[in-house]
Ligand binder design. Structure first.
Ligand SMILES: [Zn+2]
Length: 345
C-alpha cells in the first residue's frame, strides 16, 4: 500500500504573531503582494503596515469569489510587478484567491487566516468559482502553503460564530477519515491517521476551556489548542485520510437556499451526526452532546429545512457525490431517508 503525507511547510500560531510578518516575508523575497479584501484592509491595515515598515509591498485588493478568469488576468498584470511572494490575509475566499494567484505566478505564499471557521488555510486545494459565485472546480496546488501564520489575537477578536463553525468542520475529520480508510486501500500514513484522531480528541478535551477564553477575549492553553485543531490538525487530518458522507451532506445542503444561510462548518457538523447515525457509531451520543453544547445544527428543524420533497431531493444530491460513492458504496436512498427521519423533530 502506498503511503503519502502532505502538510504545510511551516505553521506559526500565537498572540500578535502578525507583528513578525516581515521576518517571514524576507525568507522568500524582497517584495510582497498582500492579497486582501477592502473590508479586511480597513480592519487590518494598521497592523499590517506597522509590521511591514521595512518591507516593500503592494496591496492586491480582491473583493470577489476566487474566480479562475479574474485570477489569471490578475496574474498576467502582476508579472512585471517584481512581487516575489504572495501573502493572503482574510477568510476562505481571500485565502483561496491568494493561493491560486501564487500558483499561477509560481511564487511562494504565506497565509494569514483572520477567522478559524474552516481548515482551508493549510490546504493544498483551492475551490474556484464562476464570476457569479457558483462553484466550478478544485485547483490542486503543487504543494501546501509555505507558511501559515495564525495570530490568535485576531482570531479572538473575530465573531465567535466563525470559531464555532470551525469546530463543526473539524469534528468531521476523524470520522470521515476512518470511513474513507475502510473503503479505500490507497495512500494513507500512520501519521495522517494519528493527526485525524488527535484532532477529535483535542476538540473533546479543550472546547469548554477554549470557549471560556473566547468569551473573556483572553487566550488560554485550551483556546490555543482548539485553534490548532480547527486550522492545522483538521486540515492535515483530512488531507491525509479522506472525506466522506459528512461533507457530502454539507455539499448537498448548499444546493438549497436554506442550506446557504449556514456556514460550511455548521452544515458539516450536522452531516457528521447523520454519518455517525448511519454507521451506528458508538461515539454518536458523545458527538451529539458536543454539537448541542456548541449550538451547532443537530436537526432539520434547526436548519429550517423541513420540506419532505426537498429532503428527498437532498438524498439524490448526496448519493451523486463522489466521496459517498467511494466510501458508502452500498448506501441506498431508503436508508438515507430513514436516517433523515430521525433528524426531523
Ligand atoms: Zn470542510
Amino acid at each position: 500500500m502506498l503511503r503519502t503525507f502532505t502538510s504545510v511547510s511551516k505553521y506559526i500560531q500565537g498572540i500578535n504573531q502578525i507583528n513578525n510578518l516581515s521576518k517571514y516575508i524576507n525568507i522568500y523575497g524582497r517584495k510582497a503582494g498582500i492579497l486582501i479584501s477592502s473590508e479586511d484592509k480597513e480592519r487590518f491595515s494598521e497592523k499590517i503596515e506597522k509590521s511591514l515598515k521595512d518591507v516593500d509591498f503592494d496591496y492586491i485588493i480582491f473583493d470577489i469569489f476566487p474566480c479562475e478568469n479574474h485570477l489569471l488576468l490578475l496574474s498576467k498584470k502582476l508579472v512585471l510587478s517584481k512581487i516575489e511572494i504572495i501573502v493572503g490575509i482574510g477568510g476562505g475566499r481571500s485565502l483561496d484567491s491568494a493561493k491560486a494567484l501564487a500558483y499561477y505566478l509560481n511564487l511562494p505564499i504565506i497565509i494569514i487566516p483572520t477567522i478559524a471557521s474552516t481548515d482551508g488555510a493549510c490546504s493544498s486545494l483551492v475551490a474556484l468559482y464562476s464570476n457569479e459565485g457558483i462553484f466550478k472546480k478544485y485547483l490542486k496546488l503543487k504543494s501546501s502553503p509555505n507558511i501559515v501564520l495564525v495570530d490568535t489575537q485576531i482570531i479572538l477578536n473575530a465573531p465567535k460564530k466563525f470559531f464555532i463553525a470551525g469546530i463543526g468542520d473539524a469534528i468531521s475529520t476523524y470520522f470521515e477519515g476512518q470511513v474513507y480508510i475502510k473503503g479505500n486501500t490507497g495512500k494513507t500514513s500512520v501519521l495522517g491517521r494519528a493527526v485525524a484522531k488527535l484532532c477529535y480528541e483535542t476538540i473533546i478535551n479543550n472546547y469548554e476551556g477554549a470557549l471560556k477564553g473566547f468569551d473573556f477575549k483572553e487566550s488560554n492553553e485550551e483556546f490555543e489548542n482548539l485553534v490548532e485543531a480547527n486550522i492545522l490538525l483538521s486540515c492535515i487530518g483530512f488531507e491525509n485520510t479522506g472525506l466522506s458522507l459528512a461533507h457530502s451532506i454539507s455539499n448537498g445542503l448548499t444546493k438549497f437556499e436554506e442550506g446557504r444561510k449556514f456556514m460550511h462548518g455548521e452544515l458539516v457538523a450536522f452531516g457528521t451526526l447523520v454519518q455517525l447515525k448511519i454507521e451506528e457509531n458508538k461515539e454518536f451520543y458523545k458527538v451529539h452532546n458536543l454539537i448541542k453544547n456548541l449550538n451547532l445544527p443537530d436537526s432539520f428543524n434547526f436548519l429550517s429545512f423541513t420540506d419532505i420533497m426537498k429532503i428527498d431531493k437532498l438524498c439524490d444530491y448526496i448519493l451523486e457525490e463522489t466521496q459517498v460513492k467511494k466510501t458508502f458504496k452500498n448506501l441506498e436512498k431508503e436508508t438515507l431517508l430513514e436516517t433523515f427521519r430521525y433528524f426531523i423533530n
